[in-house]
Design a protein around this ligand. Structure first.
Ligand SMILES: Nc1ncnc2c1ncn2[C@@H]1O[C@H](COP(=O)(O)OP(=O)(O)OP(=O)(O)O)[C@@H](O)[C@H]1O
Length: 375
């Protein structure tokens, strides 16, 4: 199996874009990670046009492919700009600083051809049911007749293969493009398809971006009305960078009703606001527990906290998902509740949330974009 040193050695006599500074010292090489013969390399674009870097990217790829034992190579160019570098586009009138993240995102949007709207499902902390919500939301949107993609960007703990009962690897087509897998009519891409489940996810910062960029732009998504992105939990640097790098039309925040979870949800909202991504609303997950035997309702986690928080923060409240055994069981079985019991009470909650998301999108859409119509 090749090691990181083998890969670095294969690139050691390569020059950067100026033709003489060694690549390793040029600031372009963001990081190299090797896993089971798969090599992930990120090149930091530093505000340059992707087409300027393409010849260099292709050479890096060729050289790594030639290293004995390399099974696959993923070389991606991230949009990160070096601190202090000139803005890639002139500042808008009245603005003397570099373009904000929204402007960067708008540019990046052009690179996901065919995808009309991208929304993030995020949470301030782990374990609140973000992935379950993202998955059922995507399926509910698909049930409305929209063409939907689901991108599992929770690269520290990808859940979509399990939630959707998907195994196997995406087929590589047209050179280096991957074909997404399909589940219940939704196109799905997850880092979990590329890396064995037991493999520890020791992704370094640049690798996070490399994997995300690849899943966004090197996958044949085709024409999508909506792409739902299951974000990694938390509000750290990795999440912030991702929020800035994906051209998001809006974010849905999932929280459980407890005070502590809500504090984290508030941080999540602040993070998206900082990156100028509209908050489409808050979902309260694991809200009231309804006993499947006697129908008794218990507010295990103080039901209603997310609604009050949404009012306080002035963001839409999208609804509450009960703490429900069928939701957990259907997720564990790889047949989420929205498809396994589409007219049941739990599926209806997700459908109502999906409607709320579309309403919020219609309301917050400032940029010219195609309107989503449910027929
Ligand atoms: N409304 C619900 N009722 C019952 N169980 C739920 C509900 N929502 C999620 N779960 C269960 O809670 C667990 C955690 O859910 P999930 O993996 O979606 O959380 P997450 O926030 O994405 O977690 P992580 O941060 O670890 O990725 C799973 O076992 C899931 O089946």
């Amino acid at each position: 199996m090749p090691t990181q040193d083998d890969i670095v050695a294969a690139l050691s006599d390569m020059a950067g874009l100026d033709g003489h500074t060694p690549l390793a010292q040029s600031g372009l090489l963001g990081g190299v990670v090797v896993r089971d013969g798969r090599v992930f390399v990120s090149l930091e674009g530093q505000g340059r046009k992707a087409s300027d870097i393409e010849p260099l990217r292709a050479e890096v790829e060729q050289r790594i492919k030639a290293v004995p034992g390399v099974a696959a190579v993923f070389v991606t160019v991230t949009a990160e700009k070096a601190p202090g570098s000139a803005p890639a586009t002139p500042p808008a009138p009245g603005h003397s600083h570099a373009p904000g993240p929204r402007a960067q995102a708008a540019r990046a949007n052009q690179n996901v051809p065919g995808v009309k709207t991208i929304i993030a499902v995020a949470s301030g902390k782990g374990g609140v049911g973000k992935s379950t919500t993202a998955c059922n939301l995507a399926l509910a949107l698909s049930g409305f007749g929209l063409s939907v993609g689901l991108l599992d960007a929770d690269i520290y703990g990808p859940s979509m293969p399990r939630l959707l009962g998907l195994t196997g690897k995406p087929e590589v087509v047209e050179g280096r493009m991957m074909r997404p897998l399909q589940a219940f009519g939704v196109k799905v891409m997850s880092i979990g398809f590329l890396v064995e489940e037991e493999t520890p996810m020791i992704w370094r910062g640049p690798m996070v971006m490399s994997a995300l960029t690849q899943m966004l732009r090197e996958v044949q998504w085709g024409e999508l009305d909506v792409m739902v992105v299951d974000m990694p939990p938390g509000t750290g640097d990795a999440q912030l960078t991702m929020a800035q790098s994906v051209p998001l039309a809006g974010a849905v925040i999932v929280s459980t009703p407890q005070d502590l979870a809500l504090i984290d949800a508030r941080r999540g909202i602040a993070m998206f606001r900082r990156t100028e991504v509209p908050i489409l609303g808050i979902v309260e997950n694991m809200s009231t527990f309804i006993c499947p035997n006697c129908g008794h309702r218990s507010d295990i986690f103080h039901h209603g906290g997310a609604k009050r928080e949404a009012e306080r923060l002035g963001v839409p409240y999208l609804g509450e998902i009960p703490l429900s055994m069928p939701i957990r069981e259907s997720s564990d079985a790889g047949r989420p509740i929205v498809v396994s019991d589409p007219s049941g009470p739990q599926a209806q909650v997700y459908q109502q949330i999906a409607r709320g998301v579309l309403d919020a999108l219609a309301g917050s859409r400032q940029r010219a974009a195609p309107r989503i119509v449910i027929e």
